[in-house]
Design a protein around this ligand. Structure first.
Ligand code: AMP
Ligand code: ZN
Length: 111
């Protein structure tokens, strides 16, 4: 499957990693929309939030259990987590990911 985030997850495409374990990887967004803009993805390919179900959604809880760890590593004092789902939700890379934004006082706009 030709998925850029799968290639990042399996090391085929090098990236600026901020966290990695056996299930997830977090790396800097290529086009940051805030002083800190990290993407957190499951290594398993799931297209989007709309494809989550009882069988595969435990990874979302796992990701959220690691967000405070990643935020602490990045010295974030408050942050925003964003998920864009499918084209009408603004999703451009179709491998589930959460944007972690911070490093400033964020405005009310969605990223
Ligand atoms: P979304 O619009 O929610 O699908 O977000 C996709 C994000 O992936 C955008 O913020 C892009 O800047 C980012 N992106 C695309 N390709 C890469 C890459 N190779 N490395 C890091 N970030 C990327
Ligand atoms: Zn993928």
């Amino acid at each position: 499957m030709d998925c850029i985030f799968c290639k990042i997850a399996n090391g085929e495409i090098p990236t600026n990693k901020v966290y990695e374990d056996d299930k997830i990887i977090a790396f800097n967004d290529l086009e940051p929309k805030a002083p800190v803009h990290v993407l957190i993805i499951p290594k398993e390919h799931i297209c989007c939030a709309d494809e989550l179900n009882e069988e595969n959604s435990a990874i979302v809880g796992y990701i959220f259990s690691k967000i405070p760890v990643i935020a602490k590593e990045l010295s974030l004092d408050g942050y925003r987590v964003v998920n864009n789902c499918k084209e009408n939700g603004g999703q451009t890379v179709f491998h589930l990911h959460f944007h972690l934004l911070g490093g400033t006082k964020l405005s009310g706009d969605f990223a």
